[in-house]
Design a protein around this ligand. Structure first.
Ligand code: HEM
Length: 466
């Protein structure tokens, strides 16, 4: 059973109730107090077992966290590889898969242990918390297959044609240290502490070097801090994000105050959104999942583009409502297109006002992003807002403003079957013409191939190394 069906199946008996329920409370897991459901029987159960509703199944044809009804929190983590041996990566993926199966089932990553003389094997901040629909999604960057012309891991010939490096787009102001990476893990959960805990344990496994030592099943993090320089991978950048705990029936509002993710092909929650009436076009199968065109290890997988988009909220807050709506092309309160109808109505890009001007302006965000403006490009967005506090801004142009501004915006996450026909042509045009550009700067960027899901005994990416 794939994750979405598993979740929606649990919710379908009470669709009307689910539509009113909040995301975080959708199909709440039941604490059982039973022993761990799978993996290590000694692992501590901190929530319901894998079988209880509300725990998103880890194993399946697709990785979870892609068509799963969006959880309220994310931690997106990108890792640099620190090894030149493919076998180290393979062992790391075995260890990560094993750990992820436990964490998503609501267990600790390893038995806590009772030896007062060694560090606990799980940091413990989720003890007593349910799994909160935790999902962990793994991806491989182009640099894992080839870096500066070097085929370090012997994987170059296996690089999918669709896994291209993103070009530089108009207006990009990318911060190198917060972009790229060789591997990624996205944790999503209905609790920020659960999401961060999962990344923290997985980062510790990678940095401690147990996986590289072939000790994947027993010694999570046992080598401690001294071994941190020897592990096969280490964190490169990380970003936390959130969406409001709004009713499942509504696409969540982003920091601009607009509903985001409304017109998403086959988006999770679409069916609930208009009381069973789909508002998106297409299906995830067509626009998200890789089919027979991809290598065997990518079939049922997808390509993930992540962009950190800083939003100039001070500027936005000084813009009048009518202009804000023209920038997006939708009404702020209702989310309905400016061309009329309800939020579920399709965009009418030909609709004109009494003076013959388009109701949805030529450069409105939804128009320049729409399939008709992008030669049919379709992506499935699963973005989160972020808030990193304040940072100093000193303009080098008149009126030379200086001062603290919000360091906040959108952690844009998009899944697609092929970025060469998805994000790249879509954003190529948007980066030049979108009215939203005056409020937004892309400061970080990465692309990852997200392989098909793990099966019991078959870890993430197994077929790539086979
Ligand atoms: C600055 C960050 C961004 C913000 C705040 C933002 C916000 C929004 C909002 C409020 C909508 C209307 C509701 C909806 O249909 O979801 C929307 C639609 C959309 N956005 Fe964005 N967006 C951002 C960046 C991007 C980027 C980088 C892309 C892709 C390259 C993108 C692609 C789309 C698409 C495809 C739609 C649906 C268009 C349609 O109705 O056909 N957005 N966005």
């Amino acid at each position: 059973m794939d994750s979405r069906r598993g979740f929606l199946g649990a919710a379908s008996g009470a669709l009307a109730a689910a539509a009113l329920a909040s995301r975080a409370n959708a199909a709440e897991p039941v604490a059982t107090g039973k022993p761990a459901a799978g993996g290590n029987p000694a692992a501590t159960v901190v929530s319901g077992s894998a079988a209880t509703d509300g725990t998103v199944p880890f194993y399946g044809a697709h990785q979870a966290g892609i068509d799963t009804l969006q959880q309220t929190h994310t931690v997106f983590a990108s890792f640099d590889l620190r090894t030149e041996k493919a076998a180290d990566i393979e062992r790391l993926l075995v260890a990560w898969t094993d750990a992820a199966a436990r964490l998503t089932a609501g267990e600790t990553v390893a038995p806590l242990g009772s030896d007062a003389g060694t560090p606990p094997l799980d940091s413990g901040e989720v003890l007593g918390l349910p799994s909160r629909r935790l999902t962990l999604t793994f991806g491989f960057a182009p640099t894992m297959f080839e870096q500066a012309g070097k085929d370090s891991f012997g994987l170059r010939s296996r690089k999918p044609a669709a896994l291209v490096a993103l070009p530089r787009f108009n207006g990009d102001q990318l911060v190198e240290a917060q972009s790229g990476g060789d591997l990624c893990i996205q944790a999503c959960a209905d609790d920020s502490q659960v999401a961060f805990h999962a990344i923290r344990q997985l980062a510790r496994i990678a940095a401690a070097g147990d996986a590289a030592a072939g000790d994947a099943s027993a010694g999570y993090g046992r080598r401690g801090a001294a071994a941190q320089a020897t592990g096969p991978a280490m964190l490169r950048w990380m970003q936390a994000g959130f969406v409001p705990d709004s009713p499942v029936a509504e696409s969540p509002r982003n920091l601009l105050g607009f509903r985001d993710g409304t017109d998403n092909p086959g988006a999770p929650g679409i069916a609930e959104r208009a009381n069973g009436k789909a508002v998106g076009n297409g299906t995830p199968a067509e626009s998200v999942w890789v089919g027979s065109e991809g290598p065997a290890w990518m079939r049922g997988g997808t390509y993930l583009v992540v962009r950190k988009v800083r939003l100039f909220l001070e500027h936005w807050d000084r813009s009048n409502l009518a202009f804000q709506q023209q920038v997006i092309g939708r009404h702020k309160a209702s989310g309905a297109p400016l061309s009329g109808g309800t939020i579920a109505a399709p965009l009418d890009l030909d609709a004109l006002d009494k003076d013959g001007n388009p109701l949805i302006p030529e450069n409105a965000h939804v128009r320049v992003a729409s399939a008709s403006a992008t030669h049919g490009a379709r992506i499935s967005r699963r973005s989160y807002s972020y808030n990193n506090g304040l940072s100093m801004v000193a303009e080098r142009w008149p009126p030379w403003r200086q001062g603290l501004e919000y360091d906040a915006g959108l952690l844009f996450v998009a899944h697609q079957r092929d970025p060469r026909t998805g994000f790249i042509p879509m954003f190529e045009r948007m980066s030049k013409f979108d009215l939203l550009n005056q409020y937004a700067t892309h400061v970080a960027s990465a692309i990852f191939a997200v392989p098909s899901g793990a099966r019991r005994g078959v870890p993430i990416g197994h077929e790539l190394f086979a």
